[in-house]
Design a protein around this ligand. Structure first.
Ligand code: C5P
Length: 212
């Protein structure tokens, strides 16, 4: 049986870790689709371009190669805002669509912003993973300290995250929103293990229910 799981949600909601661990449990590949947008943003920055320039962003998306996803500079504030800027360009989204669908063809877990609504509208399991802005800002703060060795200003971290939420939710092209059949999983008060256990139960229930 081909298992396809679509996971969407805002930044630092816990969806990435959840998607990776869920894919391992189910024995299927995982694609973090945010990396595609991050890599496109990085390509534009490499050429001293403006990620909000639709022409430059579309050109970078068409030139993307798999090795771009292995770059070590895809995380951090510059890549965050560049990715959100290129993601609002419809031609960028169109250029990345086929790759994502191909990846999912034999079964996979994909996480992003528009997986359940646009990329895989027929996925049998859709989760929308979320958490309060405060909790997400605290998570990102801790990640920046642990992974990047910087001690950022929490006020700026929270403001940057709110700005990216707003850009992702209000854009015309594939805005961030739960798919109609998505199960909402609020991780504000859950550990990563608890969130995973709930997600796995939802997947097994959905797959079982679909067979009946
Ligand atoms: O998930 P992540 O935070 O790495 O995504 C980076 C940015 O890429 C998001 O802020 C969003 O603008 C964009 N994105 C998107 N659609 C996806 C995945 C990511 O628009 N499926």
């Amino acid at each position: 049986m081909t298992i396809t799981v679509a996971i969407d949600g805002p930044a630092a909601s816990g969806k990435g870790t959840l998607a990776r661990r869920l894919a391992a449990i189910l024995g299927i590949p995982h694609l973090d689709t945010g990396l595609l947008y991050r890599a496109v943003g990085r390509r534009v920055l490499d050429g001293d371009g403006d990620p909000a320039d639709p022409m430059a962003a579309a050109q970078a998306a068409r030139a993307l190669v798999p090795a771009d996803l292995q770059r070590s500079d895809l995380r951090g504030p510059a890549a965050d805002s560049a990715s959100a800027a290129v993601a609002s360009v419809p031609e960028v989204r169109a250029a990345l669509l086929e790759f994502q669908r191909q990846f999912a063809a034999k079964g996979a877990v994909l996480d992003g912003r528009d997986i359940g609504t646009v990329v895989l509208p027929d996925a049998p399991v859709k989760l929308f993973v979320t958490a309060s802005l405060e909790v997400r800002a605290q998570r990102r703060y801790r990640e920046l300290v642990a992974r990047h060795g910087v001690v950022p200003d929490i006020v700026i971290v929270r403001a940057d995250m709110a700005a990216r939420d707003e850009a992702d939710s209000s854009r015309a092209a594939a805005p961030l929103r739960p798919a109609e059949t998505a199960v909402i999983l609020d991780t504000s008060d859950l550990s990563a293990d608890e969130a995973l256990a709930r997600a796995e139960a939802i997947v097994r229930w959905k797959l079982g229910a679909d067979r009946d």
